[in-house]
Design a protein around this ligand. Structure first.
Ligand SMILES: [Zn+2]
Length: 510
C-alpha cells in the first residue's frame, strides 16, 4: 500500500486504464485510454504525452467532453497502439501480416492503425494496451500556414523544388541544381517528379560536375527517403539556407564552401511525400514510394521501401509486397534508388575493396548522411549484418564527434534499433564506395517533438539547433573522414547488444 501511495496519481490512473483496456471489448479500448489525462512517463514507453494526443486526436475537446464510441477514432484516423511482444519473431509476423510497425523493441511494438487494426491484433492474440495520437501539431494551427506548406509549416514537394531554384538563382556563384532521376510515377507518365540534388561550393572550374575524381572532397546529405519522416526534409532545407546565407560572413561556413562540395537531396521520395502532404493537418502515413506493380495491396500499403532496395547486399529485408519494409522484387528495382545510386557513383570513386572485411583506406574521402526519424540515433554500417564494419573505429569516432552536438546514441543496428536492415542507402555508399556513412534517426518517440509528425515548431526549437553542428562536423570531415581514429580493429567483430539474431526482423521506423 505504501508503494501504491507513493505513486503519482497519473501513474495510478494509467494502471487503471491499462487494466480497463485489457478487460474491455476491443472496440472500446481506444476510447477507454483516450480519457487519460496528464503527461505520460516515457519509461512506460508511451509514444506521446496524453495531453498532446488529446489536443490533436479528435475534434477539439471531444475526448474531454467524454464522447465515446468509434466515431471519436473515426474522426481521429489512425493512432499508435502499444503491442506487447511476448515471443521471438512476433515483430516479423506482424509486418508480414501487413501491420505497420512504426517502432519495436524486444518487448514492445508500436503499431499504426485504427480501431479495426486493434481488433485484428486482438483476433490474432495480441494485446494492444492503448494508443497515442500520431499528430502533435494543434488541430487548428495558431497561424495560417503559408502557401506551399502543410501541418503547421512543413514544406510541400513543390516548395522544396522552388526553394532549390531560388537558391540557384540567388547564389549562382555557390549553387548548382542537378536533376538526378525520376520518381516512379514520373517514369510511368503519371505526374510525379524529377528528383533534385543541389551542389553547394564556391564554384571554380569543374566544381559540382558529376565526375568521381573531383578537386574538392564531398559531403552528401539525403533526406525523406521515407516520406512520412517529415522533419528530415526541413533539416535539409535549413542546412542549405545556413550555407548559402552564411557564406562570406560566417567563417565556418565560408571555410567549408571554399574547400568542400556539399551535396543535398532534400526529398528523395517525392511521390511518397505528396501522399503525406495530401493529409494536410493530418499527414498521411506513407513511408514507401508509390510503385504499385507488386502484389495487390491496399492503397495505404503500396510501394517499395527505398531504404531496403539499395543494391549492396540486397535481400533478406522482406518479400511481402504490402509490408512497410518491402525490399522490392530485385536490387535497385526502383527509379528513386537508381537516382541515388547513380548520384553517388558519379560523385565518389570506388575506394573500398570488394571483400566484406576490406577497410576503406585511411586516405579515402567523402561523407554521406541519410536522415530518417525517429529514435535519437546515429546508426553506423553495417545494416545487412550484425558484424561491425571494417572501419568501425573510425566511423565510431566520427559518430561520437557528431553526437557531441545532438546527443544521439551512436552505434550499429544491434546497438540501437536491434535488428538488421539490408538494402540501406548508407550500406551502399560505405560498402561500394568506401564513403564514411551514417543514418540519423531524428527526434524521440515522446512529446510534442516526438514521433513521425512532431510539431512544426520543433524543427527550429530542437531538431535544427541540435543537428546543425553535427552536419558541420560531417561536412568538415569529408576530406579525411577516417583520419579521426587510426586504429584498425579486426574486421568482422560481432557487435554487442540488441537482438540481431533474427535477420528477418526489420525496423519500420528507420
Ligand atoms: Zn526512415
Amino acid at each position: 500500500m505504501a508503494m501504491v501511495m507513493a505513486m503519482r496519481p497519473r501513474t495510478l490512473l494509467r494502471i487503471f486504464l491499462v487494466v480497463t483496456a485489457l478487460l474491455l471489448p476491443s472496440s472500446l479500448v481506444g476510447v477507454a485510454t483516450a480519457t487519460t489525462t496528464g503527461p505520460a512517463d516515457p519509461a512506460e514507453a508511451a509514444p506521446t504525452t496524453p495531453s498532446a494526443r488529446l489536443g490533436a486526436a479528435a475534434s477539439p475537446g471531444a475526448a474531454h467532453r467524454g464522447l465515446t464510441g468509434p466515431a471519436l477514432l473515426g474522426a481521429a484516423g489512425p493512432v499508435v497502439w502499444h503491442v506487447p511482444i511476448t515471443a521471438p519473431g512476433q515483430v516479423r509476423d506482424l509486418e508480414r501480416a501487413g501491420f505497420d510497425v512504426a517502432r519495436s523493441t524486444d518487448d514492445n511494438a508500436l503499431v499504426i492503425g485504427d480501431l479495426g487494426v486493434a481488433g485484428r491484433l486482438r483476433a490474432l492474440g495480441y494485446r494492444p494496451t492503448g494508443f497515442g495520437d500520431l499528430y502533435r501539431e494543434p488541430a487548428t494551427p495558431r497561424r495560417s500556414a503559408a502557401a506551399g506548406t502543410y501541418y503547421g509549416g512543413y514544406h510541400t514537394v513543390a516548395a522544396h523544388e522552388q526553394h532549390l531554384d531560388d537558391v540557384a538563382r540567388e547564389h549562382p556563384d555557390l549553387a548548382t541544381v542537378h536533376d538526378i532521376g525520376d520518381s516512379w510515377l514520373r517514369t510511368r507518365g503519371w505526374g510525379g517528379h524529377d528528383i533534385k540534388a543541389v551542389c553547394l561550393t564556391r564554384k571554380e572550374q569543374g566544381d559540382c560536375a558529376r565526375t568521381p575524381d573531383a578537386a574538392k572532397p564531398r559531403f552528401t546529405l539525403v533526406a525523406q527517403v521515407h516520406a512520412r519522416e517529415i522533419s528530415t526534409g526541413e533539416l535539409a532545407w535549413r542546412w542549405i539556407d545556413h550555407l548559402v546565407g552564411g557564406y562570406g560572413t560566417d567563417t565556418e561556413v565560408t571555410d567549408l564552401l571554399d574547400s568542400t562540395e556539399v551535396w543535398v537531396v532534400p526529398i528523395a521520395n517525392p511521390d511518397g511525400v505528396d501522399v503525406v502532404v495530401s493529409g494536410g493537418n493530418h499527414p498521411r502515413m506513407q513511408r514507401k514510394n508509390l510503385d504499385s506493380d507488386n502484389g495487390t495491396c491496399p492503397a495505404s500499403n503500396v510501394g517499395i521501401d527505398l531504404n531496403r532496395n539499395s543494391s549492396y547486399k540486397w535481400g533478406g529485408a522482406g518479400g511481402e509486397p504490402c509490408a512497410e519494409s518491402y525490399q522490392g522484387p530485385e536490387p535497385r528495382s526502383e527509379p528513386e534508388t537508381v537516382a541515388l545510386e547513380n548520384l553517388f557513383t558519379s560523385i565518389y570513386p570506388r575506394q573500398r575493396g570488394t571483400d566484406d572485411s576490406d577497410p576503406a583506406p585511411a586516405g579515402a574521402r567523402g561523407v554521406m548522411l541519410t536522415l530518417h526519424s525517429f529514435g535519437d540515433y546515429i546508426i553506423l554500417p553495417w545494416g545487412w549484418t550484425d558484424l561491425t564494419a571494417p572501419n568501425d573505429a573510425q566511423l565510431r569516432a566520427l559518430g561520437e564527434r557528431m553526437a557531441a552536438h545532438n546527443g544521439y546514441t551512436v552505434g550499429t543496428n544491434a546497438e540501437t534499433v536491434g535488428y538488421e536492415t539490408p538494402g540501406t542507402t548508407d550500406d551502399f555508399t560505405y560498402g561500394v564506395l568506401g564513403v564514411a556513412s551514417a543514418t540519423f534517426e531524428i527526434g524521440s518517440a515522446w512529446g510534442e517533438c516526438g514521433g513521425f509528425f512532431p510539431r512544426y515548431s520543433c524543427v527550429d526549437s530542437e531538431f535544427w539547433p541540435e543537428n546543425r553542428g553535427a552536419f558541420m562536423v560531417a561536412a568538415q570531415a569529408a576530406a579525411a573522414p577516417y583520419a579521426l581514429d587510426r586504429s584498425h580493429p579486426a574486421a568482422g567483430t560481432r557487435s554487442a547488444g540488441g537482438s540481431g539474431d533474427d535477420p528477418a526482423v526489420t525496423r519500420a521506423a528507420g
